[in-house]
Write a protein that binds this ligand. Structure first.
Ligand code: IMP
Ligand code: MG
Length: 194
């Protein structure tokens, strides 16, 4: 694929992703069986996917979760230029009510932490029974606000811009089956859509 010339290195390959997604699914299954007890069938878990980066992760993850669940989507945009640091705008809201429900946010990557912090506060104000977060990647180098992530696929300490497996740069690279660092000469961003 020609795209490969634009990549610095593959950090997480397809097999590593598959293996880790299976492990996360198994752990989530066990935890929610315990948390929900007899209600596991009556009041299924709701997985909330942050558009658009997390859809590939969501699609793989939910097939490794072996209890009933529903899912819905939410979309926000974040502006990372210095004039509006951490400012988040809700672009598309959920279609379901999460009041009294057990909610698992599914995200692709946590960087500064502002996006998840916003989503978490926003969803908590709707009174869910419980709220947990699962992120495929925890990129720690540029964290500005603390976020407790209940399930982390991979921790990346390098300050690289990552693409693939749903992660994009300017809308591209989402279809790569692995996660790679983009060459720095490809980057020229001030605003990014999640
Ligand atoms: P945060 O608000 O800085 O934590 O940013 C989170 C959002 O920024 C994620 O949902 C991604 O959409 C995007 N993002 C942050 N870092 C990367 C990256 O390395 N590659 C692709 N998208 C990223
Ligand atoms: Mg995102």
């Amino acid at each position: 694929m020609n795209l490969e010339k634009e990549l610095k290195e593959i950090l997480i390959d397809k097999e590593q992703i598959e293996k880790r997604v299976k492990e996360l699914g198994a752990q989530i299954t066990e935890d929610y069986k315990r948390l929900l007890g007899n209600l596991v069938n009556e009041k299924p878990l709701i997985a909330i996917c942050l558009l658009r980066g997390a859809i590939i992760f969501l699609a793989d993850l939910i097939r490794e979760i072996k209890i009933p669940l529903e899912y819905d989507f939410i979309s926000v945009s974040s502006y990372k230029d210095s004039s509006r640091p951490g400012e988040i705008e809700l672009l598309k809201d959920l279609e379901v009510s999460i009041e009294g429900r057990d909610v698992l946010i599914v995200e692709d990557i946590v960087d500064t932490g502002h996006t998840l912090n916003y989503i978490k506060e926003n969803l908590l104000s709707r009174s869910p029974a419980s709220l947990k977060i699962c992120s495929l990647i925890d990129k720690t180098a540029r964290r500005e606000v603390k976020v407790d992530i209940d399930y982390v696929g991979f921790t990346v300490e390098k300050d690289e811009f990552l693409v693939g497996y749903g992660l994009d740069y300017a809308g591209r690279y989402r279809n790569l089956p692995y996660i790679a660092a983009l060459k720095s000469e490809m980057l020229e961003r001030s605003e990014s859509k999640t």
